[in-house]
Design a protein around this ligand. Structure first.
Ligand code: ZN
Length: 231
């Protein structure tokens, strides 16, 4: 049984979430953010996203529903006059999440009241890196993996994936890499482009036949879970 997160009645009736990119979201990340919003809306899901220039109000429920921010280390946000730090619980021990700014992952924290989502805060790594092959010596074995900034395709995948979390899906609804792999695949494989071609970086969601993203696609299951969250 999948229990998706659900937003408040008024927001659900609007079939739309407003999303605010913070001032840290610039350059390639801003392009990825805008691309991802376009991709999500192109999927024609049960709800769409609308970019907002108004941040979630720190004291009230005004402003955007969702904030999109870059993360590096401890993740903080403020809502309803209260400061929050994102925590995790491992073996019953609660501690602050420290987001690795170079890893290929993201995190969406939702804030709920009586089981109804009121706000979502998306954090993506500030400087995601892809290890790519560099020739360091002659011959077939003369290569070494050297990290360099990840390409736009990887950033767009991460952004779109987290936006689906903001729409209501939890880690339990992640797609498994394989036959039905899509943009909501939990652990896609990284297919690095050449060192000087980060734009060729891809994320592999299926092995046979191989499907690497972008272009981003969504499975029927993921689409249905979004519908479930918005019905
Ligand atoms: Zn996820």
């Amino acid at each position: 049984m999948h229990v998706v997160r659900t937003w408040g009645v008024d927001i659900k009736a609007s079939k739309k979430l407003t999303i605010f990119p913070t001032s840290r979201v610039t350059g390639l990340w801003l392009t990825a953010f805008n691309n991802a919003v376009g991709v999500i809306n192109g999927f024609k899901l049960a709800a769409s996203l609308e970019v907002s220039s108004t941040p979630p109000h720190p004291e009230t429920d005004a402003g955007a529903n969702v904030q999109f921010d870059l993360g590096n280390g401890v993740l903080k946000y403020r809502a309803w006059g209260k400061d929050y730090t994102v925590t995790e619980k491992i073996n019953d021990v609660v501690s602050d999440v420290k987001l690795d700014p170079t890893a290929l992952h993201g995190l969406t924290q939702t804030l709920s009241s009586a089981g109804i989502v009121q706000r979502a805060f998306i954090f993506v790594p500030a400087t995601p890196m892809t290890p790519a092959q560099v020739r360091v010596a002659p011959g077939p074995d003369g290569f070494k993996n050297v990290p360099r900034p990840s390409g736009l395709g990887v950033l767009t995948f991460i952004a779109a994936h987290e936006m689906i979390h903001a729409l209501g899906l939890t880690d339990n609804e992640h797609t498994v890499k394989g036959a039905f792999g899509d943009v909501f695949t939990g652990l896609p494989g990284l297919i690095a482009g050449a060192f000087d071609k980060p734009a060729d970086d891809r994320l592999r969601v299926r092995d046979d036949p191989r499907v690497d993203m972008p272009p981003l696609a969504i499975s029927k299951d993921t689409r249905d879970f979004v519908t479930q969250a918005w019905t």
